[in-house]
Design a protein around this ligand. Structure first.
Ligand code: SAM
Length: 248
């Protein structure tokens, strides 16, 4: 996967992409990350990239010329890859969107700053808009890192355990089961006996039940879209009956 990141602050990315899974993915040629400073395409003497908003009001707006010039000089016109604007007004980023993006060979991520980009960038250059949540960040760099990280994990060969993404939270519509490691007893708190039993069928059942219960307790909204078996529905019905009985 080839990522082109357009930003006014490329230095934000450098330390994050130099460690752990993303660094290994780059070393092994599975992810190529190219950072482009939009300011390099500002043609005036002071490399100005922002200007006051038409209509007045506070804040500055990113000018269209350097953004168009940056994206088109790297990706051509029209751009030969999806151009994704990070914006709190975009569609919400989820694991399903990460999977969708991981199928492309190349992606461009465009980071806004100030009040955002001139609307003509959104209308005539950008092909997708993504928000990482219902809050406002100072710039699109953190959001681009979130997208870059979640997508890179899904690329074939990136994770040591190729089945890991399929077991993570949100992969199958449920939250993942709890994890434990050594020691078996810590401050008197024991690791559940089943996990130490060596009985793989029992462990798998316990993990699935924990995953289902966690989702039911913490994110019941996810259950409506999760593929549940008859046994899952029966378990949920039992927990709901127990909850009603507890509440009297
Ligand atoms: N004035 C804009 C608005 O109300 O929609 C917010 C601008 S924000 C201060 C500056 C930049 O941060 C945005 O252009 C966008 O690139 C990025 N940003 C902020 N919140 C974001 C979010 N939740 N998801 C993705 N990008 C975000």
């Amino acid at each position: 996967m080839h990522f082109d990141i357009f930003t006014l602050f490329p230095e934000v990315f450098t330390p994050y992409i130099a460690v752990s899974i993303i660094a290994r993915a780059r070393e092994r040629g599975l992810a190529e990350i190219h950072l482009h400073n939009i300011r390099d395409w500002a043609t005036d003497r002071h490399h100005v990239v922002d200007d006051e908003p038409y209509g007045g009001g506070g804040g500055m707006v990113m000018k269209p010329e350097p953004v168009f010039a940056a994206v088109e000089s790297v990706l051509g016109s029209p751009p030969r890859a999806p151009v994704i604007l990070l914006t709190p007004q975009g569609r919400l980023f989820t694991q399903a969107v990460a999977r969708e993006l991981a199928a492309f060979p190349r992606l461009a991520l465009l980071c806004g700053r100030y009040e955002g980009v001139d609307e003509r960038v959104r209308q005539h250059l950008v092909t997708d808009e993504i928000s990482i949540g219902d809050y406002v960040l100072t710039g699109g760099e953190l959001a681009a890192l979130v997208v870059l990280d979640a997508v890179t994990r899904l690329l074939p060969g990136v994770l040591g355990d190729p089945d890991a993404p399929a077991k993570d939270s949100h992969a199958n519509g449920l939250l993942e089961h709890p994890h434990y490691t050594r020691p078996p007893v810590f401050r008197g708190w024991e690791v559940p006996e089943v996990l130490r039993s060596g009985d793989h069928a029992r462990i798998a059942r316990w993990r699935h039940e924990q995953s289902l219960r966690r989702t039911w307790e913490r994110r019941p909204d996810l259950l409506a879209r999760a593929p549940l078996s008859e046994e899952d529905h029966a378990l949920i019905a039992r927990w709901e009956a127990e909850r009603r009985a507890d509440r009297g």
